[in-house]
Design a protein around this ligand. Structure first.
Ligand code: 13P
Length: 246
């Protein structure tokens, strides 16, 4: 059985004081019977790495540059993230695809450099409401994943995939366990065609995961944990979701 993974995506929330309180609350509930991580805003990585010393909760970032280094004002490289102690980096979150125009190939390039620098990329895919209503869900997520498979080749087995239907993010509308499982199964099948390691890969679900719906989602055969937005900002909720994954 695959060990479940719960990752908090704090997005653009927090402060030195509130982060310290949140991490202390999470640490007080350790150990968890699942893998766990938090993806925090760049300025707080250094403080969070200290706050997580000796913890099994891993640190991650929410994006990285596709470039190695150089004159890219405002960007942060994968090597820098690894240097400060990150294990994970989210790439291709729908908020970046929608608000920053990130396309499939750029996302794939970010996943590639993240892997090369020793990070585990969490590659997000997911359809909009309009795409779901037009019966395009499968085509969209396969297209998004296919760019990453094509760019990484067999190394695809080292990434974490996150299915996040855009219509379920921050809306309180969760995909039903059956809807989510159906897409996860499509992604697993696509991965099986690319790597022998597909059955060991983690495919996370994200989109309004809360303590009260987490267990039924995680009970689905191809849902290996969650990428948690809003509920990861409250220690009690994040801990409850980690327990639901145990
Ligand atoms: P919510 O859990 O707030 O819906 O956010 C999901 C998400 O976008 C995680 O990356």
């Amino acid at each position: 059985m695959r060990r479940k993974l719960i990752v908090g995506n704090w997005k653009m929330h927090g402060s030195l004081a509130s982060n310290a309180e949140l991490l202390a609350g999470i640490r007080a509930a350790e150990p968890f019977n699942c893998d766990a991580g938090v993806c925090v805003p760049y300025p707080y990585l250094a403080a969070c790495v200290l706050a997580l010393q000796g913890s099994s909760v891993a640190l991650g970032a929410q994006d990285c540059s596709a470039h190695e280094q150089g004159a890219y004002t405002g960007e942060v490289s994968a090597a820098m993230l690894a240097d400060v102690g990150c294990r994970y980096v989210i790439v291709g979150h729908s908020e970046r695809r929608a608000m920053h125009g990130e396309g499939d190939q750029l996302v794939a390039d970010k996943a590639k450099i993240a892997l090369a620098k020793g990070l585990v990329p969490i590659v997000c895919v997911g359809e909009t409401l309009a795409e779901r209503e037009a019966d395009q869900t499968e085509a969209v997520v396969k297209r998004q994943l296919s760019a990453v498979i094509h760019t990484l080749g067999p190394c695809i087995s080292r990434v974490v995939v996150a299915y996040e239907p855009v219509w379920a993010i921050g809306t309180g509308k969760t995909a039903s366990p059956e809807q989510a499982q159906a897409v996860h199964a499509v992604l697993r099948t696509q991965l099986r065609a690319a790597t022998e390691g597909a059955d060991q890969m983690k495919i996370l679900y994200g989109g309004s995961v809360k303590p009260d719906n987490a267990a039924t989602l995680f009970a689905q055969p191809d849902i290996d944990g969650g990428l948690i937005g809003g509920a990861s900002l409250k220690a009690a909720d994040f801990v409850a979701i980690c327990r639901a994954a145990s």
